[in-house]
Design a protein around this ligand. Structure first.
Ligand code: UN1
Length: 500
């Protein structure tokens, strides 16, 4: 499909997307696909104001009715899955399968949120006083600011917006400046669903198109009760303290430095397939991408040989072609960064395989790279920094205790995996003395989590949890309510305070 056809299929008018200064390039060939009008300071101020006003109405709409909006949004996504998937591919360079997968992830979270809209459970608590009842109620929070990254331009927003909406909040979204088109498409689909729900006020979902300054405005505005931000640790380091300084809440989903351990008992065929997907899929540009691989010395030679072969044969190229497995990097800066990192590793004496530029025919302006493997067997030191690229560092180990220490000895703590058929090793990895990450898998790679679980990680990953389980609680305020239905006034802690 041609770009204009994709945009029209998503209810966007291509002519209106050519009138601004912000040029959107496709990483597929580097050519411009749109010129968008940016949101200026006054525009952002007004958008946050509309969201704040919308919140005042929306918070009083019964949650199952709020769920009805999200159900209809899910139906819009189903009806537009191919077009939105194609736009994700066009704007961020993901292969078609992954573009579609991202839209499926949106549909799944819609279903989850609809179910949630009839739950939002609170606890009842045993009161120490006779004739008293204690309960916890979850109330809507306010305006939720969503800052998202280029690599999951639509799914991560959907985790936030669907939960925020059923929880009774309004949202303001600042997408990555590299992927604003997909944001406008999502907004158009959500607005179609809103048009079918009388109670849905204008301003329930706002989008800010722009760079860091508009993001900062969202971060600093006291009307924004929660800032949910996905991106680098550097971004989180800037956002977290700023939101905290005004006593706002933040939910941070930052860098990962995810590792896989392969033990001697592992099913190596299965491990190989999982590692390839997790390390080179999405061109290594997932926060859950496998960056470090620890192989037991008994199986290391064998597996490294097979991995190198797989790395050589992986098809890099046009993400729109069905047999491509690795599409382009997001831009030249990403390519240059890979070259710098690999150059330094070579200078330090590491054996680097891959990492060369690939030039698919007719796509000269795109930045394609052969995934790289860095063989660091025999080297004890760790990789402490995340390079958002398809570079896999391979280490070897002798003992499980030792490798778990090395696995955890990095500043980040998002996702982790062990490949083993030994119950003791698997359970140890999942225990309190095992992986210190927010996500820990057995015989599954580090990426590609389902929406039903809470998603996020520890340490410099930011500590936030989004998506499934009880992550919805971050989007609500908790109220402890105690009711006295007796004729007495017993005080808590048995305090006596008689006035006559
Ligand atoms: C991200 O890269 O920011 O688990 C999110 C995964 C996806 C989400 C990744 N479901 O890889």
């Amino acid at each position: 499909m041609h770009a204009d056809e994709i945009l029209r299929a998503l209810h966007l008018d291509p002519d209106q997307l050519r009138a601004g200064d912000r040029v959107v390039h496709s990483p597929i060939d580097g050519l411009p696909v749109a010129r968008l009008k940016e949101t200026d300071q006054a525009g952002a101020e007004a958008a946050i104001g509309r969201a704040a006003a919308a919140f005042r109405d929306w918070r009083a709409v019964p949650p199952p009715r709020r769920g009805e909006l999200v159900r209809r949004f899910g139906n819009e996504l189903r009806a537009h899955k191919d077009a939105l998937g194609a736009l994700v591919t066009l704007e961020c360079g993901k292969i078609i399968q992954e573009g579609l997968g991202e839209v499926q992830e949106m549909i799944d979270i819609c279903d989850f949120a609809v179910g949630l809209s009839r739950q939002l459970y609170g606890l009842t608590i045993a009161s120490e006083r006779p004739g008293h009842r204690m309960a916890e109620t979850w109330h809507p929070l306010g305006v939720v600011g969503i800052i998202s990254a280029f690599n999951f331009p639509v799914a991560v927003w959907s985790w936030n917006v669907t939960l925020a909406l059923v929880c009774g909040n309004a949202t303001v979204w600042k997408p990555s400046e590299k992927t604003p088109l997909t944001a406008l498409a999502c907004q158009a689909l959500l607005r179609r669903a809103m048009a079918e729900i009388d109670e849905a006020p204008e301003g329930l979902s706002e989008v800010l198109v722009g760079g860091a300054s508009v993001g900062e405005q969202l971060v600093d505005d006291p009307r924004v009760a929660l800032v949910s931000a996905t991106g680098s640790t550097a971004m989180g380091r800037a956002v977290g303290p700023r939101v905290a300084s005004r006593f706002g809440r933040s939910l941070l989903e930052l860098g990962g430095n995810n590792a896989v351990i392969v033990t001697p008992s592992a099913d190596l065929d299965l491990a190989l397939r999982a590692i390839v997907f997790a390390a080179v899929g999405t061109a290594g540009q997932r926060c859950t991408t496998t960056r470090r691989l620890f192989l037991h010395r008994d199986i290391a030679d064998q597996l490294v040989a097979r991995l190198r072969q797989a790395w050589q044969s992986v098809r890099v190229g046009d993400p729109r072609k069905p047999d491509t497995l690795v599409g382009p990097l997001i831009d030249q800066a990403a390519f240059d960064k890979i070259q710098r990192v690999l150059e330094q590793l070579r200078a330090e004496g590491s054996r680097v395989h891959g990492g060369e530029r690939v030039n698919p025919e007719g796509l000269d302006g795109g930045w394609y790279v052969k995934p790289a493997i860095v063989d660091r067997r025999g080297v004890a030191e760790n990789v402490l920094e995340e390079t958002f690229a398809p570079i896999l560092h391979v280490f070897d180990y002798d003992a499980l205790d030792e490798v778990i220490e090395r696995h955890n000895a990095v500043p980040q703590g998002l996702s982790s995996a062990i490949f083993t058929t030994d119950l003791r090793e698997a359970e140890r990895f999942l225990s309190a003395t095992g992986s210190d990450c927010g996500i820990a898998n057995v015989n599954i790679g580090t990426s590609g989590a389902e929406i039903g679980g809470a998603f996020g990680g520890e340490k410099e990953t930011g500590g936030g949890r989004e998506s499934g389980s009880d992550a919805w609680k971050a989007y609500m305020r908790r109220q402890t309510a105690t009711v006295n239905y007796s004729r007495e006034l017993p005080l808590a802690q048995g305090i006596r305070f008689d006035i006559s």
